[in-house]
Write a protein that binds this ligand. Structure first.
Ligand code: GAR
Length: 222
């Protein structure tokens, strides 16, 4: 994976649809490592997304590309690509961007498109992950950062965080426990990418050329 070779902040574009708490954690950690992160713009398909305010509050530019203004998925994704490419990011970060992407879009950003998903993939792609974990009486749940492939919530895994599921958990309680871990692992994955430390071999992500125990974070609560 490429890295910023000039010592300048590493340019990324972040796509959101909602609250943007993962965006906030990227904002909060963007100067914590070398190279720092330059969030070129935040793009939302949802004009009401609270994450747009989070970006504006720290002077990051925002763009709304509302899917309702487009006749189909392919035209929407083409508009999205035009806007993203204008900023020439080295990494495109899906942070709660709740849209199914076309194969054209995914292939266009192959190797530089990452997503965070609130489950221990390959378990529970799609929606309602926490409810599904509770209904399955799982003892553990978690979150996954992965490179994006055309299939929904699939692709080589960069890092996962694991948390316990308690018998008394509501969906909201489990979601909050997982989300707290998401906020730790997403900036770390972006840092690794920006530092050129990630590679993919046989659909597996290597960190510094190795399969690494650092790619699984276990919450202190376990
Ligand atoms: C996060 O839990 C993220 O993992 C999930 O949406 C939430 C966005 O929260 N993403 C997916 O489900 C993708 N399939 P946020 O807007 O507060 O970052």
């Amino acid at each position: 994976m490429s890295k910023s070779s000039d010592g300048n902040p590493f340019p990324i574009v972040v796509l959101i649809s909602g609250s943007g708490s993962n965006l906030q954690s990227i904002i909060d950690h963007r100067q914590d490592f070398e190279p720092g992160i330059d969030i070129c713009t935040v793009i939302s398909n949802n004009p009401e997304a609270y994450g747009l305010q989070r970006a504006s509050q720290v002077g990051v530019s925002t763009t709304v590309i509302n899917h309702q203004d487009y006749p189909n998925r392919s035209r929407y994704d083409a508009a999205l690509m035009t806007e993203i490419d204008r900023h020439q990011p080295m990494l495109v970060v899906l942070a709660g961007f709740m849209r199914i992407l076309t194969t054209e879009f995914v292939n266009h950003y192959s190797g530089r498109l990452i997503n965070i998903h609130p489950s221990l993939l390959p378990l529970y792609p799609g929606l309602n992950t926490h409810q599904r974990a509770i209904e399955s009486a799982d003892k553990e749940a978690g979150a996954t950062v992965h490179f994006v492939k055309p299939e929904v919530d699939a692709g080589p895994i960069i890092i996962q965080a694991r948390v316990p599921v308690y018998g008394t958990d509501s969906r909201q309680q489990l979601a909050a426990r997982v989300l707290a871990q998401e906020h730790l692992i997403y900036p770390r994955a972006i840092q690794w990418f920006a530092q050129g430390r990630l590679s993919v071999r046989n659909d597996k992500v290597l960190l510094d050329g190795n399969e690494s125990s650092k790619q699984m974070v276990i919450s202190d609560e376990i």
